[in-house]
Design a binder for this molecule. Structure first.
Ligand code: SF4
Length: 86
């Protein structure tokens, strides 16, 4: 997936951070723990929570919101517990 610089939306991460459950998104340091503990990623190797968060932080609003991936999230406890520790 190519990153088109003039299509990046720097406001996207703030909009996500203003949503319930998204408050910590800007704290992500790409450790990958969320992906490693994600039950959906176990089933579908293409599913990568760390990558989705990185795309949010880069401002790839169109790519994230037009993707099916965010809807695959089962809101599983491992990812939420890791995020709360940040
Ligand atoms: S566990 Fe947290 S810090 Fe690590 S990649 Fe996932 S969201 Fe980012």
């Amino acid at each position: 997936m190519a990153i088109v610089l003039n299509e990046l939306d720097a406001r996207f991460k703030y909009d996500v951070a203003n949503e319930p459950g998204g408050e910590n998104v800007k704290l992500c340091f790409a450790c990958g723990l969320c992906t490693a503990s994600c039950p959906v990623a176990d089933i579908d190797p293409e599913y990568n929570p760390r990558k989705i968060i990185r795309m949010v932080l880069l401002g790839m609003r169109k790519e994230v919101l037009s993707s099916d991936f965010p809807w695959f999230c089962t809101n599983a406890i491992p990812a939420r517990l890791i995020a709360l520790k940040m």
